[in-house]
Design a protein around this ligand. Structure first.
Ligand SMILES: [Zn+2]
Ligand SMILES: [Zn+2]
Length: 368
C-alpha cells in the first residue's frame, strides 16, 4: 500500500474510532478474551489481553488498526501461546458469506485485479507475471440471499435447538455477509466436534435416509408435516414439490435408496443454512470485533436490529463524506449511501471519503 493511501486510511480510522467507539460491542469480561489487530501495511498482532474498555479505546486510538479481532473464546491466560491459553468456553458463532452462495450475479460484480501492477480490468496488464486476485463490489441481490440464509439459520436454531432470540446477535460482517453471535451458557462449553455436529445439523448435511424413515428392503415410513425438526421441515417441503421419494407401499430398493440419498443432498442446498463450517468449529480463532471497521471494505461490522430493513450500503457506512480525489479503476457501478459510483476507467474522480475508502480497501483506487 502506498504512503498516501495509508495516511488517508489512518485519518478515516482516527475519526471513526473517536466518534464511534460507543458502538463497539465489548463483552462482559473483556480480559478473558484474546485481542488482535492488523494495521494497514503490517502483519497481524495477536495474543493480547485488554483489561477494560478504556484500554481498548487507547489501543485503537494509538494503533489505528484497519482490522480488529477478539476471540469468541474465554481463556485463563489469553496472552499465552495457543496450547497454554487454557480454553474455558466460547460463544457460538456462524459466518454466512455471499461468496459461498455461488449466485448467478456474482461474476457481474466481481473485478479482477493484478496485485503486481495494480491494474483492475478484464484487459491484459503489462506484467510478465501478473498475479490476479478478484474482489467483489456492492450487490443487493447477494445481501438479500445472505439474509435469507440468516433467516433459515435462526429458524432452525430457535425451533430445533431452543436458542432464544434474546441470546442471538446478528451483525453485518462489514463486507459481504452476516455474522451470528450466540452468547448462551448452555452452548458455550461445546467442543469443536460437537460444534461440527451442530453445523451438519443446521446445514442439513450428511443426513442418512434412515433418519427420514427410508431403509433398504423396508416400506418407507416418511415423516409427517407436523413432525418436529428436520423430519417435519422435510415433509412440509416435499408436500407439493416435484422431488421424488420412494413409493410408500413398496419395499425400498437399492436404486430407490441411492436416489433418495441424492435428493437429500440437493435438499441440503435448499433447506439447510449455508454457513462456513470452519468458522463455527474453530473454537480458538479470533473473529472480527462487532462495531469495528472491516478492512476489506471500510464499512462497519454493524449490529442489525431489524435484518429485514437493514441496508448495509447505507446503515454500515459510517465514514465521513468530505470529498477526496482518487485515481479510480473500477469497471463496475456500485451504490453506497443511495448514490451511484462508477464505472471508473483509470481516472481521477472526486468522491466522498466513504466511497474513496471503500475503493481503496478493495484495491480499486489510490489517493492521487
Ligand atoms: Zn499486472
Ligand atoms: Zn451479487
Amino acid at each position: 500500500m502506498n504512503p498516501a493511501d495509508e495516511e488517508f486510511i489512518l485519518q478515516c480510522l482516527r475519526i471513526y474510532y473517536y466518534e464511534y467507539f460507543g458502538i463497539i460491542d465489548i463483552p462482559p469480561e473483556l480480559n478473558r478474551h484474546e485481542f488482535g489487530y492488523k494495521r494497514p501495511n503490517s502483519g497481524m498482532m495477536r495474543h493480547i489481553q485488554l483489561q477494560d474498555a478504556a484500554q481498548l479505546r487507547s489501543t485503537l486510538m494509538r494503533e489505528l488498526p484497519l482490522d480488529v479481532f477478539l476471540s469468541p473464546a474465554r481463556y485463563l491466560s489469553p496472552t499465552s501461546p495457543m496450547p497454554e491459553k487454557e480454553w474455558q468456553s466460547s460463544d457460538l458463532i456462524f459466518d454466512i458469506d455471499a461468496k459461498d452462495l455461488n449466485l448467478e450475479c456474482r461474476p457481474s460484480h466481481t473485478v479482477q485485479i493484478c496485485t503486481t501492477c495494480g491494474m483492475s480490468s478484464d484487459k491484459e496488464c503489462p506484467c510478465d507475471y501478473p498475479k490476479k486476485v478478484s474482489t467483489s463490489v456492492a450487490c443487493g441481490r447477494c445481501i438479500n440471499a445472505s439474509k435469507n440464509e440468516v433467516r433459515k439459520l435462526l429458524d432452525i436454531l430457535s425451533d430445533d435447538i431452543g436458542i432464544e432470540e434474546s441470546q442471538v446477535r446478528i451483525y453485518f460482517s462489514g463486507n459481504d455477509g452476516f455474522h451470528i453471535h450466540i452468547r448462551d451458557s448452555k452452548l458455550s462449553n461445546l467442543n469443536s466436534l460437537e460444534r461440527s455436529e451442530l453445523v451438519d445439523y443446521v446445514m442439513f448435511r450428511n443426513i442418512l435416509p434412515e433418519r427420514l424413515g427410508v431403509r433398504k428392503d423396508n416400506t418407507p415410513s416418511l415423516p409427517k408435516p407436523t413432525d418436529l425438526g428436520w423430519p417435519g421441515r422435510f415433509a412440509r417441503h416435499m408436500h407439493g414439490s416435484k422431488m421424488t421419494h420412494p413409493p410408500k407401499n413398496k419395499k425400498v430398493t437399492s436404486d430407490d435408496y441411492a436416489q433418495f440419498s441424492d435428493t437429500l443432498k440437493t435438499l441440503s442446498g435448499i433447506l439447510g443454512a449455508c454457513v462456513d463450517p470452519g468458522v463455527t468449529t474453530d473454537i480458538r480463532r479470533i473473529f472480527r470485533m462487532p462495531g469495528t471497521i472491516n478492512g476489506k471494505s471500510g464499512m462497519t461490522k454493524m449490529l442489525c436490529t431489524n435484518i429485514k430493513k437493514f441496508n448495509p450500503y447505507k446503515d454500515a457506512v459510517l465514514i465521513h463524506d468530505k470529498k477526496v480525489t482518487v485515481r479510480a479503476s473500477c469497471p463496475i457501478q456500485f451504490r453506497l449511501m443511495n448514490k451511484k459510483f462508477g464505472p471508473y476507467y483509470d481516472e481521477d474522480v472526486s468522491i466522498p471519503a466513504y466511497a474513496a475508502l471503500y475503493l481503496i480497501c478493495k484495491q480499486l483506487a489510490h489517493i492521487s
